[in-house]
Design a protein around this ligand. Structure first.
Ligand code: PSV
Ligand code: MN
Length: 426
């Protein structure tokens, strides 16, 4: 199924009146306070988030997986699904592939397919947390950190293969997330594990083209339950520095212990020019893979406040690679992604509304109450008309989920692909 601009245009006509009333009201209000609405709408329209190829089917937990009809069975179909999301939102113009789940059999055809949907290939993801059928060496006891030299070399080689595939597709970065760690005290020598990881990452870094970036993800626990070798941003930052200039830390919202001050981590990394990538999701307890903004929207806003500040004030930090890293097992995966995109853009728009000048004045005079009010005034603004305006000007849907349902996208996918298909991923 392909959703053409004409269909969306028709659909938008049903909602244009309500939109205009809401937008005019907000525009008046914001203009009075000196905000350039056009500038903000353009920024929202430009913001593109990569969709991970593994979020297009029903997500799984270790207890089970309830599949969703019409799931994409091939990489081509995955790109078609991202194309649908992009057509509806104009904010998902990139896809992030996971190897070996998504090895393209025909690179040229895949590139053409992506281009036909207006998609580019964002960061490539390697996978050394699962043994594939016929694997010559196992990752059971670790990959880049393994005590077994063959497993380490095998994992390094896999990452080089991912770089090779990514090069052909036009990607410019590699994300490494390691499950490496220990589930029991005494299992690993921490220092040896760290030093093996550093050596392996340096080899991977050396194998990257000169215009590529390496993103190093961290995670405090899971699947290992006693220690993870790259457990936190500090360890990732240290390893990125050891690798070189084009190695960066990647922050995944779900990879922190409860109540961690993620916005402060963001600020610190951007100050040091080392925030390379960002994975969005939400959680109550751990790496829950919940829809972005479903549990802690204010925390997301505070994080975006630091991201916006960093993008405006830290030229030493590259523009971060944004990706959604969430897929749940009880929602239609495409609706889940549409909700996540909406939450991301809402938080971004609210952060753009923060009166930075007034905030600085409040901070310099230790006006604690004033500073909180400035942030919360922005957070409490209903910015949804700004998102709709951005979509309308890009030819996307005013209300993507309503359009998705109204156009019976899932029903169409089921009739095209059947009920039994299963997308690769977790
Ligand atoms: C690990 O929890 C992670 O966040 C990494 O980014 C992986 O690539 C992704 O999830 C999918 O397993
Ligand atoms: Mn992640």
């Amino acid at each position: 199924m392909v959703i053409g601009k004409d269909i969306i245009e028709q659909y938008n006509k049903l909602e244009i009146e309500n939109f205009t009333t809401d937008f005019d009201f907000l525009q008046n209000k914001l203009t009075k306070s000196g905000t350039s609405v056009t500038e903000i709408v353009n920024k929202i329209a430009d913001f593109q988030v990569a969709i991970p190829s593994w979020a297009l089917g029903a997500g799984g937990t270790r207890f089970g997986r309830f599949s969703y009809g019409g799931e994409p069975a091939t990489l081509e179909q995955k790109l078609d699904d991202v194309g649908l999301i992009h057509a509806l939102t104009h904010s998902a113009g990139a896809v992030s592939l996971h190897i070996p789940w998504d090895v393209p059999s025909d690179v040229k055809a895949i590139k053409e397919k992506a281009a036909s949907h207006g998609l580019v290939f964002d960061a490539m993801n390697s996978n050394t947390f699962q043994d594939q059928t016929g694997a010559e060496h196992s990752y059971k006891f670790g990959s880049l950190n393994a005590v077994n030299e063959d497993s380490r070399a095998y994992a390094v080689e896999h990452n080089k293969e991912v770089i090779r595939i990514g090069k052909e597709l036009g990607s410019k970065s590699l994300t490494v997330w390691l499950a490496d760690g220990a589930s029991f005290p005494g299992q690993l020598n921490f220092q040896t594990a760290l030093s093996n990881t550093e050596k392996s990452l340096k080899e991977i870094y050396a194998g990257m083209p000169e215009d590529w970036k390496l993103f190093i993800e961290y995670k405090p626990y899971e699947p290992n339950f006693y220690s993870t070798t790259i457990q936190d941003w500090g360890t990732s930052f240290m390893l990125a520095n050891a690798c070189g200039e084009r190695a960066y830390t990647l922050v995944d919202l779900g990879h922190h212990l409860p109540n961690t001050n993620i916005e402060q981590i963001v600020a610190t990394l951007m100050y040091k020019g080392k925030l390379g990538g960002f994975h969005f999701n939400d959680s109550k307890y751990g790496d829950d893979d919940l829809t972005v903004g479903s549990i802690k929207p204010y925390a997301l806003f505070l994080i975006f406040n630091e991201l916006v500040y960093g993008m405006e004030n830290n030229p030493q930090n590259p523009y971060p690679a944004w990706m959604i890293d969430a897929s749940h097992n009880i929602k239609d995966p495409l609706e889940d992604l549409l909700q996540s995109l909406e939450a991301i853009l809402i938080a971004y728009a609210q952060a753009l509304l923060v009166d930075q000048k007034a905030l600085k004045t409040a901070q310099l005079s230790n006006d604690v109450v004033g500073a909180q009010d400035i942030l919360q005034n922005a957070y409490r603004t209903d910015v949804r008309p700004l998102l709709r305006a951005a979509r309308l000007q890009a030819g996307a849907a005013l209300d993507p989920i309503a359009a998705y349902r109204n156009l019976r996208v899932r029903e169409n996918l089921i009739s095209e692909r059947g009920l039994e298909t299963k997308a690769t991923g977790l």
